[in-house]
Design a protein around this ligand. Structure first.
Ligand SMILES: Nc1ncnc2c1ncn2[C@@H]1O[C@H](COP(=O)(O)OP(=O)(O)OP(=O)(O)O)[C@@H](O)[C@H]1O
Ligand SMILES: [Mg+2]
Length: 301
């Protein structure tokens, strides 16, 4: 996509709006009570079963957009459709049943004294009997690799464990759509990778629609289907990771960078004039491109 206009138009193409839509965000703007314009004319489309990223620098509006999509803000301009129904016509309970929001800071989300009680809160509220609640809690904890810690106080879990505990709380409720605010922030490199693998598993195997805000440019091309770039409350690009990362200069303008591996190949191509047909975004792709280039140069020699 070449410019903001084309990305915004493609974000709401008529094909996208066919009945498989999880979220349609149409011309959404939001101003905080102190006058901060946090969102301006946002259009985006999330298809059911998609794995979508919102990528943007600090203060670009990611958290505000996720909160608007979960109907946690009053006075939002524009329209947000959840499964084609205007969220303004849905009660908080109806939204709570369909959409789970994982907060940026796990301490804003966890509140019960033990891990078991915290994860059980949602299923208990949904009216399941004790046996079913226990089944759901144990399954969810196993999914996020926290089995065995049921009796532990949530305050004594590590940061990464608290992040995963928040996700377990939503898994136990069986949401069809998850909104996650920086699920990998503050995790060690292996923790980031495990978190992304967990989200991909939920997405690909259980069909959960996932929308996540992130800064992790190195991880997104490996895992996400579609990406929207937010800058100063506006969506400036949208598309597959390949399409979005196709303009390195634009990334620098909005205080983001290319994935490290793409940056290396981009510099080899433009500064050292090494021939590459395309800029790879992952180590696997880069390896294939480099081997191709080496083979071509050996063939010439
Ligand atoms: N409660 C609030 N009241 C007033 N302004 C706010 C409030 N929350 C956020 N903002 C402002 O809205 C803008 C967008 O903030 P937001 O938290 O959505 O950004 P973000 O992309 O999530 O940033 P980060 O990567 O730091 O989490 C910023 O200018 C911020 O200062
Ligand atoms: Mg945020």
């Amino acid at each position: 996509m070449d410019d903001m206009k084309s990305s915004q138009e493609s974000a709401v193409s008529s094909q996208d709006i066919a009945c498989t839509s999880a979220f349609s965000v149409k011309n959404v703007s939001y101003k905080y009570p102190d006058g901060t314009h946090a969102l301006s004319g946002i259009n985006l489309e999330v298809k059911k079963g998609a794995f979508v990223g919102l990528l943007g620098a600090n203060g670009s509006g990611k958290t505000t957009l996720l909160r608007a999509m979960d109907k946690l803000l009053k006075g939002v301009d524009g329209t947000i459709l959840l499964s084609e129904i205007d969220i303004n016509t849905l009660s908080p309970k109806e939204i709570y049943k369909k959409v789970g929001l994982v907060f940026q800071n796990p301490d804003d989300q966890l509140f019960a004294s033990t891990l078991f009680e915290d994860v059980a809160f949602g299923p208990v509220n949904m009216g399941f009997n004790a046996k079913e609640v226990e089944r759901r809690v144990l399954n969810a904890l196993e999914e996020v690799e926290l089995s065995g810690l049921e009796k532990k106080s949530v305050h004594n879990l590590s940061f990464g464990q608290r992040k995963r505990a928040c996700i377990a709380g939503l898994l136990a409720m069986g949401h069809e759509t998850l909104l996650l605010d920086e699920p990998t922030a503050g995790l060690d490199p292996m923790g980031e990778y495990r978190m992304m693998k967990l989200l991909r598993k939920l997405n690909k195997e259980s069909g959960v629609t996932v929308v996540m805000a992130t800064h992790s440019v190195d991880l997104v091309p490996v895992f996400l289907d579609r990406l929207y770039i937010l800058s100063k409350g506006r969506i400036t690009r949208g598309g597959t990771p390949e399409e979005v990362f196709d303009a390195p200069e634009d990334m620098a303008n909005i205080k983001l960078r290319l994935p490290h591996i793409a940056e290396l190949i981009y510099r080899l191509k433009h500064e050292d004039k090494v021939k590459f047909d395309r800029i790879p975004l992952t180590i696997g792709e880069a390896r294939r491109e480099i081997i191709k280039t080496l083979e071509a140069s050996m063939g010439k020699g």
